[in-house]
Design a protein around this ligand. Sequence first.
Ligand code: GSH
Length: 275
Amino acid sequence: MHRVDVYGVDHSPWVQAVLLGLHDARISHSLTSLPPLETFLKSGVMMPAARIDGGPWQLESADILRNVGFKSITDEQMQLVRGAWQGVTHRADGAALFWGGFSLAGDRSPSFGRRLVNNFLRSFVTLYFYLLIRSLVLLVRPPDPENFGDQFLPFEEMLAAPGAPYLSGNEPNTLDFLLFGIIQCHCSIYVPPVTALQSDSRLGKLRAWIGTMQERFKDYDHLYSGAYFAPHSKPTTWASPLERTTFWLGAVLMIVLFPVTVPLVAFLAIRNRRS
Ligand SMILES: N[C@@H](CCC(=O)N[C@@H](CS)C(=O)NCC(=O)O)C(=O)O
C-alpha cells in the first residue's frame, strides 16, 4: 500500500481530487499547506504536489491519481472538467470572503508548532491566489456564461445511462474525483455556479450524484458541498482560534512587506504562465 505526501489547500479542485482519491482508496497520506522547496523553486506555489512512497514530487492531479492506481481520463473528459470551473474567479469578488475562507481551512500538520509556523507562512499562498485572481479579473475580464448550469450539462448526460450511480460506472474513479473536486472548490468559497447546481431543473441527475458522493465521503474532512446539498453534513474542521490568529498575523506581515511580496507574487505567477 502506498504512502503519499500532499501539498495543497482545500480551495483547489485539483488538490481536492487527489485527496478524494486517496480517501476513497484509504491510502495513508499527509497534507501540508506550504509548497515543498523543490516544487517551490520550479513552480512557485502551484498545487497540488504529491510524492508517492518518497519518490519525486508530481504536479498533475490526474497523473497522481493514475500513479496510485486510478484510471486515466481522456483529454476530452479533462476539457469538460476544466469547463465546469467557470465562475471560480467570483470567489475573489469580496476580499473578506476570500481571506476568511482561507483563514478557516488551516494547516493539517500533526505537530502543533509546525501548524503554527505553516499557518503564519501560508498567508503568502493566500496573497498569491488573491492577487492572481484579481489580476485575471482586471486584465482578462473572463466573461460569465449566460447560465452557469450549462457547464454541468455534459455530466448530466453521462449520468443519463441507466444503472450506474457514478460517472465512472459502479464505483467512483478519476472523473468523479475531478468533478467532485470542482464542486468542492465552488462550495468552499461560495460562487454563483453553486446556485445553478442547486436550482437548475436540467441537473437532477447531477444533484443525485452529488448526494451519492456526499454519502460515500461522509467521513472526508474537506467536504464543503454538504452545506448546500443533501444529505447535509457538518462543516470541515476549522483552524483553531490560535491558528487563525497566526494566519492573520502572517497576512499583516505580507501586507507590510508589499514591496517584496507583490513583486515575488508577480515573478512566480509570470514564470508559471511562461512555462
Ligand atoms: N494541471 C494541474 C493544475 C493545477 C492548478 O491549476 N493549480 C492551481 C490552483 S487550483 C495553481 O496552483 N495555480 C498557480 C498558478 O497558476 O500559478 C492539475 O490538474 O493538477
